[in-house]
Design a binder for this molecule. Structure first.
Ligand SMILES: [Zn+2]
Length: 482
């Protein structure tokens, strides 16, 4: 009897709460919807960000801004190069499911795409990209009302890599042309390239970091030889040259911090940061001779897949630190959730989850909403996936890893030859030691990989677009192709 009474009480309480919520939370209207900004920094290593207490002192402005952000300590991209990784941001699904894994891959038209979904909900959708893969002529432009890309920025008289400051200046010019940019919610996608190869920070940034990597004049001499082609990277892995390249990369991170600060000041000037969800992340990391190589797209080790992720939720006043494992597939569900757009696919198997519960609880109403919706920030049993499908244009040799699955501190890496590596990230964060065979802690991960493999489709991937001559030239400058 008491069980029935408890059950009846629970049903009544839930019904009452739902009725109360319907009155208190009538849903987000278009005018109330927050602006949504995604800022992606290409090839940006998490361990070069002061926010993570790495002691690098490369991003002081960001460290200050992070005092009002949710800082995710263990965020993962879904792959280690741009196309599959950004496609997962746009779709909320893993590379084997969106199939955008080649140079000119198109995004699957039947999947929810961030700009299209937000556009349908009344958002004005604008992209400014310094990356030639994410361009006006690629299928990443679907759903954007305006798209300014690297080619357009280069045609303004610049050559080579488009700088973050140029992206910010382009946004400034665009904003100045708008009558009232705040009259409708804005979805803004910005893609910076500063830490991407070729590294070449301005003198003011380079001179600040050089002494940290060795004798500054000697490093400067090596960098000069690199710039003028007297020194080739292939086969030359002297410690001095590695340090010179690490210094150049650090200089680019310092430059990124300055460009990001310019961006935040600009957003404040246009009052776009007041009611906004701002997501800042990297599409992947960068190898800096961790295992003898430079670049990305060869492996799924931490230096190329673990990425910075900072989220400023609307109204957030204090820093929140989250140590659960999260995935880039969560960025789209989180954005839709904040915008009040419901999707039955959020949280489904092999799809991302909303991270709204990792943000601040700004009112008792949101607390109630979370309690009724049973939303929680994360859990240590969650599995996340990383993938690296073969892509001959990226490197002449096949990448080492095919996939990886992470649960809490355990990581299973699957090589292209089918063999498996096991890593305990708690005791071996730099993945120097492979766990012995038949380690029982990894049995569940191996079963999970078998399940994942069974879901893979044998259907042909979406069509691939051949990049035009200008895009090919731009990609060549960035180190892709021959
Ligand atoms: Zn990239």
């Amino acid at each position: 009897m008491s069980v029935l009474r408890t059950l009846a009480h629970a049903v009544c309480t839930s019904a009452l709460l739902l009725a109360l919520m319907a009155v208190l939370l009538p849903g987000t209207t278009q005018a109330e919807r927050p602006h949504i900004l995604w800022i992606v920094i290409d090839s940006w290593r998490w361990d070069h960000v002061d926010v993570y207490q790495t002691g690098v002192a490369l991003m002081p402005h960001l460290a200050r801004r992070a005092q009002r952000a949710t800082v995710f300590w263990r965020a993962y991209a879904t792959s280690s190069w741009t196309v599959p990784s950004v496609a997962s941001l746009f779709t909320g699904i893993y590379p084997s499911f969106h199939r955008a894994t080649m140079f000119g891959s198109t995004l699957p038209p039947h999947q929810t795409l961030a700009p299209s979904a937000l556009s349908k909900a009344g958002y004005r959708t604008v992209a400014i990209s310094a990356n030639a893969f994410i361009s006006k002529r690629s299928s990443f432009a679907q759903g954007f009302t305006e798209f300014l890309d690297a080619q357009a920025l280069l045609s303004q008289g610049r050559k080579g890599k488009v700088r973050g400051t140029t992206v910010v200046k382009t946004l400034d010019e665009w904003l100045n042309k708008q009558q009232d940019v705040r009259s409708s919610p804005l979805f803004l996608y910005l893609h910076f390239m500063d830490p991407h190869w070729p590294y070449g920070p301005e003198e003011q940034f380079l001179s600040q970091v050089l002494p940290r990597f060795g004798e500054a004049s000697e490093l400067k001499r090596l960098i000069g030889e690199l710039y003028f082609g007297q020194l080739r990277l292939e086969g030359n892995t002297s410690t001095e040259l590695q340090n010179a390249l690490r210094a150049l990369y650090a200089g680019e991170v310092l430059a990124t911090d300055a460009a990001l600060e310019e961006l935040f000041v600009l957003l404040e000037r246009h009052r776009l940061a007041e009611n906004a969800l701002i997501v800042l992340t990297a599409d992947h990391g960068e190898e800096l001779f961790d295992r003898g190589h430079l670049g990305h797209g060869r492996t799924l080790f931490e230096e190329v897949v673990r990425v910075p992720l900072l989220v400023w939720f609307p109204g957030q006043k204090k820093r929140i630190d989250i140590h659960h494992v999260v995935s880039h597939t969560d960025v789209l569900p989180t954005s839709l959730d904040v915008a009040g757009i419901t999707s039955p696919l959020i949280g489904a198997e092999y799809r991302g989850r909303s991270l709204v519960a990792c943000g601040p609880t700004t009112s008792w109403a949101t607390r109630l909403q979370r309690w009724v919706g049973r939303k929680k920030c994360g859990d240590s049993s969650r599995l996340i996936w990383l993938e690296l499908l073969p892509m001959k244009e990226l490197h002449s040799t096949a990448p080492l890893h095919r996939a990886a699955v992470i649960r809490d501190m355990q990581k299973l890496l699957v090589l292209h030859d089918g063999s498996i590596q096991r890593v305990d990230l708690a005791s071996d964060p730099r993945e120097q030691h492979i766990a012995p065979l038949h380690d029982r802690r990894f049995e569940n991960l191996e079963a999970a990989w078998d399940d994942f493999r069974e879901r893979l489709t044998s259907e042909p991937p979406p069509p691939v677009m051949t990049p035009d001559a200008a895009t090919r030239e731009h990609l060549r400058v960035l180190g892709y192709g021959d």
